[in-house]
Design a protein around this ligand. Structure first.
Ligand code: NDP
Length: 244
């Protein structure tokens, strides 16, 4: 199945590292104009060095006003990937208000905000569009020391559904991709310990974690016209973890 995004304009958040960076590069390879949004300038510099057509935007998405300013002149966007996230790993009884706020600000509020900015433009142009929110298997399964992270991703799943409901009439599709562990920086923070990793892989029917490419391929499918009638879907990329 060939997917091309020629003539499309994409925006990817959290594009400095991991899944977001690979998604931005894949979209550019498939012909899309890409705006990469993240908060570490060095990551944007190396990304642009790797793919000079990518437009960098440096902003901390936990800051609503700074995000508004940074994306003011971003121009029309047809494809949005809300990927940036903050991984909070406090046990439930130790959750602190600052970590709670940071998690919800990045994982939920920023996704809503960036989608508002982008979808307003899509609606005004009447050209439709596709939005993919990067959620997690943690949205639907309790994981130890992931109370706040799980809660943010569960909130993001419901946001995806309501966005699909309200934006669908404007031909804007909204779906989510819900991966199992991927050994990016974020994955390594929680799952580097071999015993802990085994406790997870043993619950995944395919017996392994996901690769970055597994997640990127699902994102590209949901962004593309190959999924033209798919809207409001929560798509696990989890080797069957959530099926059990
Ligand atoms: P990484 O930590 O590798 O990359 C996250 C990217 O998001 C970084 O570039 C980071 O920038 C950026 N980012 C984080 N916070 C902000 C912020 N406030 N403003 C702007 N940019 C920000 O994570 P992954 O690639 O692993 O994760 C991508 C998505 O996949 C996330 O939504 C995550 O929840 C989800 N996911 C990941 C899984 C995994 O095991 N890796 C499993 C399931 C879901 P900086 O480096 O500057 O912080």
């Amino acid at each position: 199945m060939e997917i091309t995004f020629s003539g499309k304009r994409a925006l990817v958040t959290g594009a400095g590292k991991g899944i977001g960076r690979a998604t931005a590069l894949a979209l550019a390879r498939c012909g899309s104009e890409v705006t990469a949004v993240t908060r570490t300038k060095a990551d944007l510099d190396s990304l642009v060095q790797e793919c000079p057509s990518i437009k960098p935007v440096c902003v901390d998405l936990s800051d609503w006003d700074a995000t508004e300013r940074a994306l003011k002149d971003v121009g029309p966007v047809d494809l949005l990937v809300n990927n940036a996230a903050y991984p909070n790993l406090q046990p439930f009884l130790e959750v602190t208000p600052d970590q709670f706020d940071m998690s919800f600000n990045v994982n939920v509020k920023a996704a809503l905000h960036v989608a508002q900015i982008v979808a307003r433009g899509m609606k005004a142009r009447g050209s439709g569009g596709s939005i993919v929110n990067i959620s997690s298997q943690a949205s639907q399964c309790a994981l130890k020391e992931h109370a706040v992270y799980c809660a943010t991703k569960a909130a993001l799943d419901m946001l995806t559904r309501v966005m699909a409901l309200e934006l669908g009439p404007h031909q804007i599709r909204v779906n989510s991709v819900n991966p199992t562990v991927v050994m990016t920086r974020m994955g390594k923070i929680a799952w580097s310990d071999p015993e802990k990793a085994k406790s997870m892989t043993s619950r995944i029917p395919l017996g392994k974690f996901a690769e970055v490419e597994d997640v990127v391929n699902s994102i590209l499918f949901l962004l593309s016209d190959k999924s033209a009638m798919t809207n409001g879907v929560i798509l696990p990329v989890d080797g069957g973890f959530l099926a059990c």
